[in-house]
Design a protein around this ligand. Structure first.
Ligand SMILES: C[S@@+](CC[C@H](N)C(=O)[O-])C[C@H]1O[C@@H](n2cnc3c(N)ncnc32)[C@H](O)[C@@H]1O
Length: 517
């Protein structure tokens, strides 16, 4: 057992604060309900997060869902203290962050509707791994959902190639900053040594180089240079879960479980397998490195599986996948299907990141198709059309083009006279963070002037007051203001330029789900 009073590597170097939108009860409830479960509504539920670090995932949830209760547990005293300070600054009463070793947690916990273990399982020793699943099995409500992410074999073997070399190159270096620098030095060396006609080995190292290039030193230190990395086969994970009374439900990204991209012979092969075997072979075929699995209790009973009718009770959002994968199944889902489905997907894309209830979406898609023309439909025709649209959207979900939400979004898309931003995001900038969590539970990076503006979005400052705040910020920090590449010094012109900047930044904040009112 670990002594919770002892400093951990996360006390020395805290993990980067991150929210993980795919762990939000709103997303877990939607997937579980679609598959036939009856999980607790996100607005009234109990959530446990294991390895919650400084609460960057849990605190914005607690703020957004005041009628629900949240408990986070983490072994690192420093991270938990950081999180508690933010909880106090926000005055939240529905969340507790507890400094505790998971190995000693359990007796007094009670039951939870959702249990989250993100970025934990593959980086802890086997006894803690076992405890994670024991806590899920022992404390999940009969209709509860657990989210557990982990590194998967066989791709985990490939990740180990670069990781082992980085560990070798940085061995004996005590200072974390120097250790990360040594690891990066090796990645650069490997990249520079790539021959003109690279073999599979070099392409693999290039992929790892590129992956770490966009990650922070903190991430690299814990993910790659930490003491423990324990990937496993999906089947082994499912068997371990079963030993704790847990059953595989699905992946949180449902498209990861579908066969959309395969040729017919491969689909026929996979369709002959049972669910667990099929998931294992999908990892063989796709080379998936990271799984984000949803589990439920084995005694949940028979689950009827996906139903287009159940989809009509959800909210839908377009995913960003189309931006970078023109030939993907998601892009195909966009083009295929009926004109009505295509209009619905086009509408979702236009209003992204907002999510839209099925009935509103149906109406918006009809309006896009009909323009000003008046459509006269019998009730039977309307019902058939609704059913066809729900089936198309289910296919779009399977292709990864849309995601589901159980509840209405808590942000607005327009900019009001006295804008109000998320209190969490405002508290985060007040603490000097340049990344804040938006109301869709996504992290957003802000430039210094954006952070300054956000600080003033308390619903009391009108546009004129916001421009004045930005003028003061520019003066105090002695910043240069430019228009068309030319330095602007005339005070009236400075004000006019900054007024334009305020409008542009407010528009961007609305588009990034940062505005609550
Ligand atoms: C890689 S971080 C992930 C943090 C966060 N869940 C995320 O994904 O952003 C792993 C976290 O698990 C915590 N942890 C590791 N072993 C633990 C244990 N035995 N009991 C409680 N927390 C533990 C660490 O302190 C650290 O904050």
């Amino acid at each position: 057992m670990t002594n919770p009073a002892a400093a951990t590597s996360y006390d020395e170097v805290p993990y980067p604060n991150q929210a993980h939108s795919q762990t939000h009860p709103d997303r877990l409830a939607a997937m579980a309900t679609l598959l036939g479960m009856q999980p607790a509504p996100p607005a009234r539920c109990r959530v446990l997060e294991l390895g919650c670090a400084a609460g960057a995932n849990l605190i914005p949830m607690a703020y957004a869902l005041p009628g629900s209760e949240f408990l986070g547990i983490d072994l690192s005293a420093r991270q938990v203290a950081d999180g508690q300070a933010l909880v106090e600054a926000l005055g939240l009463k529905n969340i507790e962050l507890r400094h505790q070793d998971l190995l000693t947690a359990g007796a007094d916990l009670g039951r939870f509707d959702y249990i989250i273990a993100h970025g934990l399982y593959a980086w802890v020793p086997p006894n803690v791994q076992d405890r994670v699943l024991a806590l899920c099995g022992g404390h999940l409500d009969p209709q509860g959902v657990a989210f557990v992410s982990y590194d998967a074999y066989p791709y985990g073997h490939l990740r180990a190639v670069a990781r082992d070399m980085m560990r070798y190159h940085s061995r004996g270096v005590a200072d974390p900053v120097d250790r990360a620098a040594r690891a990066r030095e090796l990645l650069t060396l490997l990249r520079e040594a790539e021959p003109p006609e690279p073999r599979a080995y070099h392409l693999l190292l290039r992929a790892e180089h590129d992956r770490y290039a966009v990650r922070s030193d903190e991430y690299l230190l814990h993910e790659c240079l930490g003491d423990v990395t324990e990937p496993l086969l999906f089947r082994d994970f499912a068997d371990r879960a079963a030993r704790h009374g847990l059953r595989y439900l699905t992946e949180v990204y449902y498209a990861a479980t579908t066969l959309t991209r395969f040729p017919p012979r491969v689909v026929r092969y996979l369709e002959r397998l049972n669910v667990l075997e099929r998931e294992q072979y999908l990892d063989f075929l796709n080379g998936r490195a990271f799984r984000q699995t949803l589990l439920c209790r084995q005694d949940v009973g028979d689950l009827p599986g996906l139903s287009p009718e159940r989809l009509t009770s959800f909210y839908l959002a377009a995913t960003p996948v189309l931006d970078d994968e023109a030939g993907s199944p998601a892009a195909a889902a966009w083009r295929a299907g009926s004109p009505l489905a295509e209009a619905a997907l086009g509408f979702l894309r236009e209003v992204r990141p907002r999510w839209v209830g099925f009935e509103e979406l149906h109406g918006a898609a009809r309006a896009r198709l009909d323009g000003d023309a008046v459509l006269v439909q019998s009730a039977a025709e309307h019902g058939r059309e609704r059913q066809t649209l729900a089936e198309s959207l289910l296919r779009a979900l399977a292709a990864g083009a849309v995601e589901l939400h159980a509840s209405a979004p808590g942000f607005i898309s327009e900019v009001r006279e006295r804008p109000l931003a998320s209190a969490v995001a405002r508290a985060q900038v007040a603490r000097g963070n340049s990344t804040v969590t938006a109301l869709d539970h996504e992290d957003v990076g802000l430039a210094p002037e954006g952070a300054q503006l956000l600080f003033y979005l308390d619903g009391r400052h009108d546009r004129a007051a916001l421009v004045e705040a930005l003028v003061r910020f520019v003066e105090v920090n002695d910043l240069a203001v430019q228009r068309d590449g030319r330095a602007v010094t005339d005070p009236a012109e400075v004000r006019a330029v900054l007024a334009g900047d305020v409008d542009a930044m407010l528009g961007a904040m609305a588009a990034r789900a940062l505005l609550a009112g």
